[in-house]
Ligand binder design. Structure first.
Ligand code: GSH
Length: 212
């Protein structure tokens, strides 16, 4: 199976897929697109992903888009180790946590939305304030969603989709100066980053990492 990930080192959505690929032990090649130069809007990439967003995953030539759809596809093809619980109720809880970030938090503060705010006259401080408010609201809700649960990860001692989505969003929070002092979320982050798949998915570990 030939896997090619269209990615960007700092993209939190691509980061989710990188983590999943590592957890499943799947080898992949990276095709980076520099979001700072709008490379995701190049015609060659738009032909693969008309949304002009990373990630996209090529699987033996077929192109998959949307990080959660990609993850669910790989989960179905490579069920072991599972990142969705076997119990349908738990599975729904895990998906709800992941969607709270992937649908209701990250899209409201992603690059194109912040660019639209700038284009409508908001200055950088106001744009950053917007991102902070959105992220803090999302993380606070996520902390409440797992309130009372125990274990090393969001939903017990097994890594799930919830952890895969949470870790990049915490990094995004720091990038915008949003609060991350949710003790259980931070403890989960520490536990996750001790796992090689999470460590390998970090932005700084990517071929296109360019912190300058
Ligand atoms: N819902 C999409 C979100 C993808 C997304 O927003 N990607 C960002 C990087 S994290 C992007 O490509 N931004 C470029 C832009 O906004 O133009 C997914 O989960 O794959």
């Amino acid at each position: 199976m030939n896997l090619v990930l269209h990615t960007y080192w700092r993209s939190t959505a691509a980061w989710r897929v990188r983590t999943l690929l590592g957890l499943k032990g799947l080898a992949w090649d990276a095709v980076p697109h520099d979001l700072r130069t709008n490379a995701q809007q190049a015609p060659g990439y738009l032909a693969r992903n008309p949304q002009g967003l990373v990630p996209a995953l090529e699987v033996d030539g077929a192109v998959l888009t949307q990080s959660l759809a990609i993850i669910e596809y790989l989960e179905e093809r490579f069920p072991d180790p599972a990142v969705l619980p076997a119990d349908p109720l738990e599975r729904a809880h895990v998906r709800a946590f992941a969607l709270a970030i992937a649908c209701d938090t990250h899209p409201v503060q992603n690059l194109r939305v912040l660019n639209m705010l700038r284009a409508r006259g908001l200055d950088q401080a106001a744009v950053d304030g917007w991102a902070r408010e959105v992220i803090e609201g999302g993380l606070a809700a996520c902390a409440r969603l797992i309130d009372g649960r125990t274990g090393r990860f969001c939903f017990g001692d097994a890594i799930t989709l919830a952890d895969i989505v949470l870790i990049p969003q915490l990094a995004n929070a720091r990038r915008f100066g949003a609060r991350t002092d949710f003790p259980r979320l931070e403890a989960i982050e520490t536990n996750a980053l001790a796992h090689p798949a999470f460590a390998a998915a970090l932005p700084a570990a990517q071929v296109d990492a360019d912190p300058a």
